[in-house]
Design a protein around this ligand. Structure first.
Ligand code: ADP
Ligand code: MG
Length: 345
């Protein structure tokens, strides 16, 4: 694992035990049934995040995403494994680590409603030892950056949900931490607020070299926002790759060729490297769909041969498109099969 990583999870594991007492006879109070449930919330997970990178944890509810965020921020102690932030072990250097992290947990009211955004930033800044001129300047700069300047003196309870969430991100950034953890930052927000948050997170990551971890169950958010995506399934990483590689690796190598007519398919299926060929007739016009082998060199030869064969047949070629799958297809394919334990790439 690279020493340049700002956040590292090394074989981190967390098992929760929940205990329930159930009293069967209300009157006699005699029979008590005791339940004990064990949940393997995070199952030997390894990944890292570098400065200037946005890593997305994508998974269904209950997959273990929030537990991973809490482990990094020192709120949940792993049963085994290590969590390192900026070279410091979260277990032994918890207070120092807290200064390096800004975290916005889902659904928690980190923002104080009777205060204004400026007052919120003053309050939380002072709590974290950011004071005086620096606090004032940074507060204004953050509110300006996130687009809340016109609301800086309005009570938070009068702000929209999206504006409250943007303020929560400003509060997390008041210490100018190198690491920002955002748990479901756009869940439940309207399209515009969600867009504004995504744009700002991307801008900040690129310009200021922050290391950002985002959890989401929303495919679009993951695809638009993240440089790398880790698919979390039942506490394990089912895949962890650059977003485009994830789409590429799990995509079928299918190409759509838009033509003026559907040609005879038999000569095409006889070409080495062509797995199948089918007629295509949809909104984008008519043509053929060819599925090719995964090997890049063989695939390239096959594609040239297909085009040459069409030319010999006198067919007009209008367009060739790689029929790439979207993240939702990839996600369903990965999480509907048995989980393989994955490692970061
Ligand atoms: N404090 C806790 N005590 C017991 N079980 C928990 C606790 N926190 C989370 N869990 C369980 O761990 C699993 C993962 O939860 P969580 O990390 O919140 O998932 P996600 O954020 O992906 O929805 C769930 O089954 C959840 O019920
Ligand atoms: Mg969660």
């Amino acid at each position: 694992m690279s020493s340049a990583a700002a956040v590292e999870l090394c074989d981190a594991d967390k098992i929760f035990h929940t205990h329930h007492f159930f009293q069967k006879h209300e009157e006699t109070q005699k029979r008590r049934i005791y339940y004990k449930k064990t949940v393997h919330a995070v199952n030997h997970v390894t990944f890292d995040i570098r400065p200037g990178e946005i890593l997305g944890l994508l998974g269904r509810n209950g997959a273990g995403k929030t537990t991973m965020v809490k482990m990094i921020s020192g709120l949940v102690k792993p049963n085994s494994g290590k969590v390192i932030v900026d070279g410091l072990d979260v277990e032994t250097k918890r207070l120092k680590v807290l200064r390096k992290i800004g975290v916005v947990l889902e659904g928690t009211r980190t923002v104080i409603w009777p205060l204004t955004p400026m007052e919120n930033l003053s309050y939380f800044g002072n709590l974290r030892d950011v004071k005086g001129k620096i606090l004032k300047e940074r507060s204004k700069e953050l509110l300006d950056f996130i687009g809340l300047t016109d609301k800086m003196n309005v009570e938070v309870r009068k702000l929209s949900r999206g504006q409250k969430q943007r303020l929560a991100i400003c509060i997390a950034l008041i210490t100018d931490p190198p690491v920002l953890l955002l748990d479901e930052p756009t869940t439940g927000l309207d399209v515009q607020s969600s867009r504004a948050i995504k744009d700002k997170v991307i801008e900040m990551t690129r310009q200021r070299g922050k290391c950002v971890l985002v959890t989401t169950h929303d495919m679009n958010t993951a695809q638009e926002l993240c440089d790398r995506i880790a698919i979390v399934h039942e506490g394990k990483l089912a895949a962890c790759k650059r977003t485009e590689d994830l789409l590429e690796v799990f995509s079928d190598q299918t190409y759509h060729l838009r033509l003026d007519r559907v040609p005879d398919l038999a000569p095409l299926t006889a070409i080495p490297g062509v797995l199948s060929a089918a007629a295509l007739n949809d909104d984008e016009g008519i043509g053929i769909s060819v599925q090719l082998v995964a090997d890049e060199a063989q695939r390239s030869s096959a594609l040239y041969a297909v085009v040459a064969s069409l030319e010999r047949a006198g067919v007009v070629l209008r367009a060739i498109n790689h029929a790439q799958q979207n993240l939702e297809d990839v996600f369903l394919r990965i999480t509907n099969t048995d989980t393989k334990s994955g490692k970061s790439s």
